[in-house]
Ligand binder design. Structure first.
Ligand SMILES: *[C@@H]1O[C@H](CO)[C@@H](O)[C@H](O)[C@H]1NC(C)=O
Ligand SMILES: [Zn+2]
Ligand SMILES: [Zn+2]
Length: 388
C-alpha cells in the first residue's frame, strides 16, 4: 500500500499561460516518488516553487505533444539529469561518460504518444545537451502510427538514451493496459479524442489491506496465549489457526485508489473501460459560457455555441467534464487546463473567485448534486485518501 498519494498541480493553463496560470503539468506524489504528467514550459520553475522534489522525479507521462504540454520537458530533463551544454561533434567532451550504460542511476522513464522519442532526441542533439544520467522513452502507438518496429526518430540514439524504449501497441479494446506495474501500482492508458493524438492515463493502486477491528481477534488471542504480533498477519488479510483450532480470518482487502488523468479532450470515451469507479478524475475544462459572470461574454454566445466551439478545437466545457465524471462514477472531479480568461488567483480576487465558482457549478450540474468538483490552481495540492 502506498502511504501517501497526493497531486500537486504545477500548471493549469491552456494554450496561453497567464500571470496566474502556467502551462500544463502535474506531479503525482507516491510516498517518496514523483511522477509528472505533462511538462509544459516553466515546469521546472514550478517544481522549484512547490513542495515537489526535483531529484525524486522518476517517470514522466506525456498526454500529447502539443507545446503547452511538452515544451518544458527538455529543460527539466537537463536539470534533473545534470545536463551540460556540449561541444560540436568531433571534439572530445571530457564531461561525457557513457551515461546510458551506467547502472548506478535509475533511468528517467518517459511515456508518450508517437513522436515523443523523436522530440527528445532531436532537442538534445541540436542543443548539444549532454545529460549526465540515463533516460528511456516508451511510445504508446496508435493504429494509424507507423508500425512498432519503426522508431519515431531517424537520428541515432542519444548517448544518454537507453535502448530499452518500447513501442507499445494497443490491445484489442484500444487500450494500453499495465504499461507499468509494480507490487503496489499499475498504470494503464487509452487514447482520448483531441485535435491530435492524445492519451489519458489511469494510475491504480493494487488492493490494500482491509479495515481492522482488533476487538474481533484480541479475546481469541488472549484465550489461547497467542502473541499479539499475529494481528499484523491478520491485518494483511491472512488466515491464522490458533492452538485450540479456532481459525481467524483477517479483513478482506479493499480496492486501491484509482486516479484518472486526462490530457486535452473533447471526448474521452475510449478510456471508459479503464476508468470505472475512479477516486479522482482530472479533466480539462478549457472553455465555458458564463453570461452573468464573465463580462467578456459575447451577446451571440450560448451554452451550445460555446460547447460547439470548444469541441471544434478539441476541448471541453465544465458540463462535458461533469457528464464524463458521472458516466464513470467518479468520486471527485478536478477541472484544469483553463482558458487564459479564467484567472487562477486565490480567493482574495473576487472576480476570479466568482468565475471559478461558476465553472464549478456548471460541472456539478452534470456530475450530480453534492458531488465534489474542484477547480485546479497552480501549486494546489490534493491528497487522495484510501477508501473506508
Ligand atoms: C509561472 O512560472 C513563472 C516562471 O517560473 C513564474 O514567474 C510565475 O510566477 C508562475 N506563475 C504562477 C501562477 O505560478
Ligand atoms: Zn493543451
Ligand atoms: Zn492540446
Amino acid at each position: 500500500m502506498v502511504a501517501t498519494i497526493a497531486i500537486t498541480f504545477l500548471g493549469t493553463a491552456s494554450a496561453q499561460p497567464s500571470s496566474t496560470r502556467n502551462h500544463s503539468s502535474l506531479a503525482l506524489r507516491l510516498d517518496g516518488h514523483v511522477w509528472l504528467f505533462d511538462c509544459g514550459e516553466a515546469t521546472q520553475h514550478q517544481v522549484q516553487k512547490s513542495n515537489v522534489k526535483m531529484g525524486k522525479i522518476q517517470k514522466i507521462f506525456i498526454t500529447h505533444t502539443h507545446g503547452d504540454h511538452i515544451f518544458g520537458l527538455l529543460p527539466l530533463l537537463a536539470s534533473r539529469l545534470n545536463g551540460a551544454g556540449g561541444m560540436v561533434e568531433g571534439v572530445e567532451d571530457p564531461r561525457i561518460q557513457n551515461t546510458a550504460s551506467s547502472s548506478i542511476i535509475e533511468p528517467i522513464e518517459i511515456f508518450g504518444p508517437y513522436g515523443t522519442r523523436a522530440y527528445v532526441r532531436s532537442g538534445l542533439k541540436y542543443t548539444y545537451t549532454n545529460l549526465g544520467g540515463p533516460y528511456v522513452v516508451h511510445e504508446l502507438r496508435m493504429t494509424n502510427d507507423p508500425p512498432p518496429s519503426e522508431d519515431s526518430s531517424t537520428l541515432s540514439l542519444d548517448h544518454a538514451e537507453l535502448l530499452t524504449g518500447r513501442n507499445i501497441v494497443q490491445q484489442a479494446d484500444g487500450t494500453w493496459r499495465d504499461i507499468f506495474a509494480s507490487d503496489m501500482l499499475t498504470v494503464s492508458a487509452a487514447p482520448i479524442h483531441h485535435s491530435v493524438p492524445c492519451v489519458g492515463y489511469v494510475v491504480h493502486e493494487r488492493p490494500i489491506p482491509g479495515k481492522m477491528n482488533p476487538s474481533m481477534y484480541v479475546p481469541h488471542l488472549k484465550r489461547t496465549g497467542t502473541p499479539m504480533s499475529v494481528l499484523r498477519q491478520l491485518q494483511r488479510g491472512e488466515t491464522v489457526q490458533l492452538s485450540d483450532g479456532t481459525v481467524l480470518q483477517g479483513p478482506e482487502r479493499r480496492p486501491g485508489r484509482k486516479i484518472v488523468i486526462l490530457g486535452d479532450t473533447y471526448d474521452p470515451s475510449p478510456i471508459v473501460p479503464l476508468a470505472d469507479d475512479t477516486d479522482l478524475l482530472v479533466h480539462e475544462a478549457t472553455n465555458a459560457h458564463l453570461p452573468s459572470v464573465d463580462p467578456d461574454t459575447k451577446a451571440s454566445d450560448t451554452y451550445k455555441s460555446v460547447e460547439e466551439c470548444a469541441k471544434s478545437r478539441g476541448h471541453s466545457t465544465p458540463q462535458m467534464a461533469g457528464a464524463f465524471a458521472k458516466r464513470i462514477a467518479a468520486r471527485r472531479l478536478v477541472l484544469n487546463h483553463f482558458s487564459a480568461r479564467y484567472a487562477g488567483d486565490d480567493d482574495s480576487n473576487e472576480k476570479a473567485k466568482k468565475v471559478m465558482n461558476a465553472l464549478r457549478c456548471l460541472a456539478e450540474e452534470m456530475f450530480g448534486e453534492g458531488k465534489e468538483v474542484i477547480c485546479a490552481r497552480d501549486l494546489m495540492t490534493l491528497n487522495v485518501e484510501p477508501r473506508e
